[in-house]
Design a protein around this ligand. Structure first.
Ligand code: F6P
Length: 546
């Protein structure tokens, strides 16, 4: 089935033409119940999607598109453990990590739920040992610092969550992250640590990522002469991986290897043993609450009708903008300092999943697929790039994210923060007309000519759509629900656009070329390289030699 041949697709193309000349201001004016109708209250948050450029005609057709794309059967297949990651011939079972799949689902003959539980129990025991000071380095001193060596999905999720849950920190062990092969990052962290009390988590699904393994080797070198290599590896290293054989070959002991499985995508692995840094930072119960929050969203996604299904609604509006309205980017704007890493996390989650142009039938997509995801803390953005959001010709739909309760006790701050959140989505939606600008300028004493000259610069077209996710409070549970909301949104987008969201072939080409070029940096034949690459390497060789 070609999604572009469906009735709803054609309808939506026509409706997009009309919607370009509709203003959100008018949609609100015409329907006093709009905010009520286009919002959803879930246990952890309110999703207000009323500031989207949709009306009932668009809404009905987007839902019809979801049905024609078979979102519900695909969703049910995922939860039933079918091999929906077809290019890698694997099921997609990260919901199993939070207990959201049926007990009978098996992988390689093993019941998935039981396997997950057993590994969670190992994590729990390990975290308890660490928190009790019972885990010691090779000189007998208790571990005080844990350094996670990992990149992409083996880094972004745990660090994003730990940053988000600073208020919930437990225990005295500090957690650090090194993701970059740029030695500056590792060197900076190591110079603050004591080798005797430092434990390294080598987090890598494949245990073959060059950046992570290079950092692991350097970490081993840094531990230096404290003990024999074997003892250092056994007391100061832990692996988190879906490739335990490679971790063993590196020298990490079997009982220090925490497992996850091929059916967990790297960017969806936060809920697996990859979340060990989270469990260390906020305690195992905090990690459990994160999983429970995600499970709550799994239930909602599975059970709510499409028209009241938060991930489905967010996916459909995203498809509407990127594919039909021609808005190729989407901003993520948290109004919560603790969520400062969320945009970076969602960049990987969404762009590595849906940044593709081959449809499930192996053909080039004749339409725009997933948007460019970007963003940063809303308040900082207001003083940086919001000018573009308000007045550039480009329209960038946005997600505003905040919490009713503050994560601190300083008076007055939170109200200012939330007032800004509400004001920005309001300003983007309403804009300011020329008439209103002129009236304001006249009231300020400008004469007609002065006002007319200045007015065009002050006009805001508005009509810039957004969602607002207003959480009751940012806590492990609500954060789990929020992240799972985005995961399922990404999945639905992929299903509707008929692309496979769970592979990432596009990251392989560059990796291969980097390994081939690395030995040539010093010397060697460059005749097979393109002229630009040759020029860069020659310049490097000349300069490094001076
Ligand atoms: O390069 C992309 C990627 O493959 C991601 O999908 C993954 O999260 C990251 O690299 C790290 O991979 P690994 O966990 O296998 O080291």
């Amino acid at each position: 089935m070609d999604i572009t041949q469906t009735q709803s697709w054609r309808q939506l193309q026509a409706l997009a033409e009309q919607m370009h000349s509709t203003h959100l201001r008018d949609l609100f004016a015409d329907d006093p119940a709009r905010a009520q109708r286009y919002s959803l209250e879930l246990p952890s948050f309110l999703l207000d999607y009323s500031k989207n450029l949709i009306d009932d005609g668009v809404f009905v057709n987007l839902l019809q598109l979801a049905r024609e794309a078979e979102v519900e059967p695909w969703r049910d297949s995922m939860f039933a453990g079918a091999s929906i990651n077809r290019t890698e011939d694997r099921p997609v079972l990260h919901p199993a990590l939070r207990g959201s799949i049926a007990a009978e689902v098996r992988w390689n003959g093993e019941p998935v739920a039981a396997t997950v539980q057993a590994e969670l129990q190992r994590l729990k025991e390990f975290v308890n040992l660490l928190h009790n000071g019972a885990l010691t380095g090779c000189t007998g001193k208790p571990v005080t610092d844990v350094v996670n060596l990992g990149v992409g999905g083996s880094h972004l999720g745990p660090q994003m969550v730990i940053e988000a849950l600073r208020e919930y920190r437990k225990g005295a062990v500090d957690v650090h992250f090194v993701s970059n092969v740029d030695g500056a990052q590792l060197a900076d962290i190591l110079q603050r640590l004591n080798p005797e009390t430092t434990l390294f988590l080598v987090s890598s699904k494949t245990f073959s990522t060059a950046e992570t393994l290079t950092n692991a080797q350097s970490a081993l070198g840094w531990l230096g002469s404290l003990a024999s290599r074997e003892e250092l590896l056994s007391r100061h290293f832990v692996a988190v991986t879906a490739s335990p054989g490679r971790a063993r070959a590196f020298g990490i002991e079997a009982e220090r290897i925490f497992r996850f499985w091929d059916w967990v995508g790297g960017r969806f692995s936060l809920w697996s043993a990859i979340g060990l840094p989270v469990a260390i930072a906020v305690g195992f119960e905090g990690f459990r609450a994160l999983l429970d929050g995600a499970a709550e969203m799994d239930r909602h996604f599975r059970e709510a009708p499409l028209e009241q299904n938060a991930p489905v609604l967010m996916a459909l509006t995203s498809v509407w903008y990127c594919t039909f309205m021609g808005y190729p980017a989407h901003a993520v704007l948290p109004y919560d300092q603790a969520l400062h890493m969320l945009p970076a996390y969602l960049q990987q989650a969404e762009m590595e999943s849906n940044g593709k142009s081959t449809t499930r039938n192996g053909e080039e997509a004749a339409y725009a697929t997933g948007p460019l995801i970007w963003g940063q803390l809303g308040i900082n953005g207001q003083h940086a790039f919001y000018q573009y959001l308000h007045q550039s010709p480009a329209v960038v739909p946005a997600d505003f994210i905040g919490s009713v309760a503050a994560g601190h006790e300083l008076e007055g701050h939170h109200e200012i923060l939330l007032a800004n959140l509400f004001a920005q989505s309001q300003a983007l939606m309403q804009g300011v007309s020329r008439e209103a600008v002129m009236a304001d300028l006249r009231a300020r004493g400008l004469d007609e000519a002065e006002a007319a000259a200045l007015a065009p610069f002050k006009v805001h077209r508005g009509n810039r759509p957004s969602n607002t996710i207003l959480m009751k409070k940012l806590c492990p549970h609500s954060l789990g629900a929020l992240v799972a909301l985005y995961e399922h949104k990404i999945f639905v987008q992929g299903v509707v656009l008929q692309i496979y969201s769970f592979d990432q072939w596009g990251v392989e080409l560059g990796k291969g070329l980097a390994s081939a070029l690395q030995p040539k940096l010093g010397s060697g034949d460059l005749s097979e390289e393109d002229a630009s690459t040759t020029r860069l390497i020659e310049y490097y060789r000349r300069t490094v030699a001076v």
